[in-house]
Design a protein around this ligand. Structure first.
Ligand SMILES: [Zn+2]
Length: 279
């Protein structure tokens, strides 16, 4: 089994990860002590990921966020999507889901992916304008994971997690944008930061601040009662549009049909939310 664990740990891309996890599950299914196998793999993944955490703390903390390319992102991805203390049945199901998602969703890169340089510029702008890392991310760990593919389901995906010791962490998975989307890679990045703000206020990825439903209703009639489930996506879009208006990134806003005056209102609202978080 150690060889199979080593194979998972040395997976340098998502395809290899899916293959290694499959081999691991085949072994587990053919042996009796599944619980021990899952625990051993999970502990090994956690140990490997601890070194990224140390690197972030020791060397990159002044930026408040760290970048990871695919070969490093693979295990962080696995660690995040397969939390500890799951039963054998849950672990098996979750690992199968990870394998399935990789095989169904991952495709050749379609459009661009935001550069590290652009991310630095956006983060500097946000930290100067509204102290984003401090107010919204609470200066907690923020890992940005970049994958050299497109994902049929998402252009990006964000997670805010809180572990047993209340260590909050933020993870953002970035893919090459899908060409059929009305999105620039800068817009996608800001949209995801909008979700971090939403979660910082409500502590729930499916819930937006009540005040947002009130201000958004005239612009998106029905958001309160007819399609509240779409509210988090609309919130993140309004954040991205609001931040981009009158900023160095305005040319990357794909929503050119929406009035600038409306976007300015979103900017005011989002700024007020952020400053409320910092008090
Ligand atoms: Zn979204």
């Amino acid at each position: 089994m150690n060889n199979l664990i080593e194979q998972v740990l040395s997976s340098t891309n998502l395809e290899k990860l899916a293959y290694s996890l499959n081999c691991f599950l085949e072994y587990v299914d053919a042996h009796e002590n599944a619980s021990r196998c899952f625990k051993q793999l999970n502990a090994s993944i956690k140990q490997e990921c601890a070194k990224y955490l140390m690197r972030h703390i020791l060397y990159e903390n002044e930026n408040l966020y760290s970048f990871f390319d695919e070969n490093e992102s693979v295990l962080i991805y696995l660690d995040l999507l397969w939390p500890q203390n799951k039963s054998c049945k849950q672990s098996r199901k979750q690992l199968m889901k990870i394998i399935e998602d990789i095989s169904i969703q991952i495709t050749e890169p379609q459009g661009p992916i935001i550069s590290n340089d652009s991310i630095n510029k956006i983060m500097n702008y946000l930290n100067t304008e509204c102290d984003f890392c401090s107010a919204v991310l609470k200066n907690k760990l923020f890992f940005i994971l970049r994958f050299p593919y497109s994902n049929k389901k998402w252009n990006a995906c964000c997670y805010t997690t809180c572990n047993k010791t209340n260590l909050i962490s933020h993870h953002l998975f970035l893919y090459h944008v899908n060409l059929d989307e009305l999105s620039s890679s800068e817009y996608v990045f800001l949209h995801e930061l909008g979700h971090f703000l939403q979660i910082a206020v409500t502590a729930d990825a499916t819930v937006v601040p009540k005040s947002f439903l009130e201000i958004a209703e005239p612009f998106f009639p029905g958001i309160r009662n007819d399609f509240p489930e779409q509210a988090p996506e609309i919130f993140a879009d309004c954040f991205a549009m609001g931040i981009m208006v009158n900023s160095p990134f305005e040319a990357h806003d794909p929503y050119t049909g929406i009035r600038k005056e409306d976007k300015k209102l979103f900017k005011l609202y989002m700024s007020a939310l952020i400053s409320a978080l910092s008090t």
